[in-house]
Design a protein around this ligand. Structure first.
Ligand code: KIV
Length: 272
């Protein structure tokens, strides 16, 4: 607890301490205040307002159409629901790749107007100068290497990275470059577990895996995947902890039946 009676906020130093002590970092995405609050209440360490909101909330096929405004709005909503967890905002496609100054201006909006604690950028070595600029100005950065969903069009799909010696060596260079530039942690997405284990052993900063095996310092998952709200398919890296899609459908169809059958509202939902 802090002096204000609020639970102490998780900081980037806390995440480093967890990794140094061999305790796993838990992370999940959230896109609104309600889910942010629920994840926070159960003690999730890092809540990511992922640009996966393009698919989970906005109905797009990829993250490419997601705008700065979309991410700012959803980040501000999550921040309003969270008291303790570190809230990281994803910077969407082309809001940070043009120049480090563009990245700085846009990243500042996530901290100043949306209330995020940090931002996440997709890319390794090629973004080192940008990461360094943000960190020097006081903006904590979470790196992201491996599958880069914002590059789906150039990659021609979502393909596991690091399967050849050359690609594995490139990923290690990327992780080291991000650490050198000052990133506080790095997401490893879609990487064979032996390669992520080697990266995790080689860098000091925490690695947070999604489809990167059990030896990362932490794990992140898309909320809709683990709760069964995204039903088109179950990604290989996901485990379903609930079937909320089914529960929502059953509940709504019971409501439809009750309204149509004259059973809702009853006496107790009515006024005299
Ligand atoms: O947008 C997102 O949800 C992400 C996670 C998959 C790491 O970047």
């Amino acid at each position: 607890m802090s002096a204000t009676g609020k639970p102490a906020k998780v900081t980037v130093r806390d995440l480093q301490r967890l990794a140094d002590e061999g305790r796993r970092i838990v992370s999940v995405t959230a896109y609104d205040a309600v889910m942010g609050r629920l994840a926070d209440e159960v003690g999730v360490d890092l809540i990511l307002v992922g640009d996966s909101l393009g698919m989970t909330m906005l109905g797009y096929d990829t993250t490419v159409p997601v705008t700065l405004q979309d991410c700012l709005r959803h980040t501000a909503a999550v921040v309003r629901g969270v008291r303790r967890a570190l809230v990281v905002a994803d910077m969407p496609f082309l809001t940070y790749q043009i120049t480090p100054e563009q990245a700085l201006r846009n990243a500042a909006r996530f901290l100043q107007s949306a209330g995020a604690d940090a931002v996440k950028l997709e890319g390794g070595e090629r973004l080192a100068a940008t990461v360094q600029r943000l960190v020097e100005c006081g903006i904590p950065v979470l790196g992201h290497i491996g599958i880069l969903p914002q590059c789906v069009k150039t990659a021609g799909g979502y393909h596991v990275q690091g399967r050849t010696a050359e690609s594995a060596a490139r990923l290690l260079r990327d992780a080291e470059a991000l650490q050198e530039a000052g990133a506080f942690a790095v997401v490893l997405e879609g990487i064979p577990m032996a390669v992520s284990a080697a990266i995790t052993a080689a860098v000091r900063i925490p690695t947070i895996g999604i489809g990167a095996g059990p030896q990362c310092d932490g794990q992140v998952q898309v909320l809709h995947d683990i709760l069964g709200l995204f039903e088109e398919f179950v990604p290989r890296h996901t485990r379903r902890y609930a079937e909320l899609g089914r529960i929502v459908r059953e509940s709504l169809s019971a409501y439809c039946d009750d309204v149509r059958g004259g059973r809702f509202p009853g006496e107790e939902q009515s006024f005299r």
